[in-house]
Design a protein around this ligand. Structure first.
Ligand code: COA
Length: 384
């Protein structure tokens, strides 16, 4: 297998992008990534998207996007895995390069969620239709059950739970692509509108339009495209039960643990080597459980550690320097790709005021549903 590098990145602003269409935002990110890698031709395309059909009445996305970015003729495929569609698409591109089948692969993720007639219904299609969605539970409801179980078992306080969005909003202030780049305090979280007890508005990732794209190439020729390629050192993916009631333990996310174990093994590193991570904080409780499954903190301790500043600058590692899904935004199909872009910018020293000092090794973790799928990538700076 060949080693694989990221040689170009491109991102749109995240938010409510009413004046652009689905294809416009994909093209904006894809063409920016191609310009970053100084290329005008690709060998192959993957598009991560959860539901072009339900959000925008548009399927056949891979072919549409290949055409719209001027790459007619290339093989192209759309990859769907709910909120982890983007990182699953990256994984496909990774193996296409690693296998020797292609040299230049563009992987883009896109979602235009504000166009939907009923966005909550669309997101609910990623839960178990027969047992969950049909009975009226939504993702805020499912994660609220996890939060209640976790608080009951480990004594996590409401204030500690609030430390996650407070931290991520603080990070987002320095991210020009973020949807909600403002700081919030404890009062702001505790007084925000109740959504599903104990979760409030400020515990939830928002509805977001956005697109993200990266260019992958074999590491051995990566310097043709950039003087600062970033190596994908390890990839791991796993599935878990799609229905929350099938989880053996409501406070655990088995797919996250399995995907992390596989990525650490592939990369030959341990959780203690990771300096920063972009993780799937779709709801405050998710970041806490994910941080434990990734091995950054012992079970039952991540909430306290985050509240004590262990997951921000100057702590054990920086979690979600971009602002995370909570503050940067969560255009579901684009999220996984955008996480790799943040990791790339950090490892290239291009992250501006949110730069993690001396960043050499970072991790991304992207999840589908309430733990039905998870993908972990470990990225390494190879220059300097
Ligand atoms: N964080 C911060 N501000 C938010 C926000 C969020 N998550 N969501 C909305 N807002 C702001 C809006 O900008 C708006 O501000 P304004 O009044 O100044 O214009 C205000 O809060 C109300 O927004 P609105 O869109 O009416 O909120 P809503 O009640 O319809 O939706 C949620 C809020 C939390 C229910 C919705 O964002 C949601 O469903 N999030 C979860 C998405 C999800 O499940 N993703 C998949 C994860 S697995």
């Amino acid at each position: 297998m060949r080693e694989v590098a990221i040689v170009g990145v491109g991102l749109t602003k995240f938010g409510e992008l009413w004046s652009q269409s689905l294809r416009d935002i994909f093209a904006e990110a894809a063409l920016a990534a191609m310009a970053d890698a100084k290329i005008d031709k690709i060998d192959s395309l993957y598009v991560g998207a959860m539901s072009g059909g339900l959000y925008n009445y548009q399927e056949h996305l891979a072919s549409l996007m290949a055409d719209y970015i001027g790459q007619q003729g290339v093989p192209a495929a759309r990859v769907e895995s709910a909120c982890s569609s983007g990182s699953q698409a990256v994984r496909m591109g990774y193996y296409e390069i690693a296998s020797g089948a292609s040299d230049i692969v563009l992987v883009g993720g896109v979602e235009k969620m504000w166009d939907a007639d009923d966005g909550t219904f669309v997101l609910g299609t990623a839960a178990d239709q027969e047992y969950e969605a049909y009975n009226g539970v939504t993702f805020p409801g499912l994660y609220a059950m996890m939060a209640n179980a976790y608080m009951h078992r480990y004594g996590l306080t409401r204030e500690q739970l609030a430390a996650v969005p407070i931290k991520n909003h603080k990070h987002s202030v320095h991210n020009p692509y973020a949807q909600y780049p403002f700081e919030i305090d404890l009062k702001g979280v505790l007084n925000s509108a109740p959504v599903a007890d104990p979760l409030r508005l400020m515990d939830c990732s928002p509805i977001t339009d956005g697109a993200a794209a990266i260019i992958l190439a074999p590491l051995e020729i990566a310097h043709k495209f950039t003087n600062n390629p970033i190596k994908i050192k390890g990839v791991g993916a796993a599935t878990g039960p799609i229905a929350l009631h099938d989880h053996k333990d409501l406070t655990r996310l088995d797919a996250v643990r399995l995907s992390a174990e596989r990525a650490y093994k592939a990369a030959g590193v341990t959780p203690n080597d990771i300096q920063f991570a972009e993780v799937h904080d779709c709801f405050s409780i998710a970041e806490i459980i994910v941080a434990e499954e990734l091995g950054f903190f012992e079970y039952g301790t991540a909430g306290k550690a985050i509240a004590e500043g262990q997951a921000t600058y100057g702590g054990k590692l920086v979690i979600n320097p971009s602002g995370g899904l909570k503050a940067k935004g969560h255009p579901v199909g684009a999220t996984g790709v955008a996480q790799l872009i943040e990791a790339t910018l950090q490892l290239q020293g291009r992250a501006g005021k949110r730069q993690v000092e001396n960043a050499k090794l970072g991790l991304t973790q992207n999840m589908g549903g309430s733990g039905g799928s998870s993908v972990v990538h470990i990225l390494e700076a190879i220059n300097g």
